[in-house]
Design a binder for this molecule. Structure first.
Ligand SMILES: Nc1ncnc2c1ncn2[C@@H]1O[C@H](COP(=O)(O)OP(=O)(O)OP(=O)(O)O)[C@@H](O)[C@H]1O
Length: 235
């Protein structure tokens, strides 16, 4: 198996009595496209929030690039190469599309701000909207803008929470091509509800259910897994 860029052991986060993430072991191979799926409330967003540092870990450990990052704050994880986008968009709505990405490009220390910013926008197909106020973009395009901001950081790992939500079918093809173009330099971990996207894009899939690991494997493994079928049909 390829080298692991990230490993989590016994990762746990409870909210009161609710076991949102409960003792999950997880390995992400360098350069793979990995999807996390599971019924609503399974703990997917909480899980990736623990990996990115948005939510502190209660117990367990996370290793990234061979180093323990369990207690590092989110910004320190970004500095180490973990970029993420979440369901709640984090764009600067009143600024032009261009400025949103330029801020990320600047943070990365670019010496060719305009070139690198336009290149990041072109990758997600928003270069022709560079001057538009970001808040006036359609929801799906705001998600693409966030991805451009994440990619501008030249991350080792890009975490995407429901990136295709709000995209038209015609735009989903472009999104899939984009993800394929960033690996293997960047490893991609995505939470995705669109099963066609998951099965087409992911090399490996992790299934969470009630905060626990239900199954892990290739798309073919997951399709054939009886427990996964039961969790979805039962949900
Ligand atoms: N800050 C919080 N405080 C209390 N409970 C929370 C908090 N965040 C999440 N939860 C609960 O933890 C459980 C897991 O939520 P989470 O959002 O991680 O699931 P999910 O798999 O991402 O769901 P969805 O597919 O609906 O987005 C849910 O029952 C949710 O209500």
């Amino acid at each position: 198996m390829a080298a692991m860029i990230l490993s989590a052991r016994g990762l746990t986060r409870h909210f009161g009595g609710l076991k949102a993430v409960d003792g999950v072991d997880f390995d992400l191979a360098q350069g793979e496209i990995h999807a996390i799926i599971g019924p609503n409330g399974a703990g997917k967003t909480t899980f990736v929030s623990l990996l990115s540092g948005r939510i502190p870990v209660q117990s367990g450990s996370i290793t990234f690039n061979g180093q323990d990052i369990t207690r590092l704050p989110a910004h320190a994880r970004v500095a180490r190469g973990i970029a993420y986008t979440f369901q709640i968009t984090a764009i600067y709505a009143r600024l032009p599309v261009y400025d949103n990405v330029a801020l990320a490009v600047q943070r990365q220390g670019s010496r060719a701000l305009r070139r690198d910013t336009m290149a990041a926008l072109a990758r997600v197909g928003l270069d022709d909207r560079a001057d538009q106020e970001a808040g006036t973009l359609a929801y799906g395009h705001q998600r693409l803008l966030e991805i451009a901001m994440g990619l501008a950081l030249k991350p080792r790992l890009l975490i995407l929470d429901e990136p295709t939500q709000g995209l038209a079918n015609s735009e989903i093809e472009g999104f899939k091509a984009l993800v394929r173009s960033v690996v293997p330099d960047t490893t991609v971990l995505l939470i995705e509800h669109n099963m066609d996207v998951v099965m087409d894009l992911a090399q490996r899939i992790t299934v969470l259910n009630f905060g626990r690991l239900l199954a892990q494997g290739t798309p073919a493994d997951i399709r054939a897994n009886g427990a996964v079928q039961a969790a979805y049909l039962g949900g």
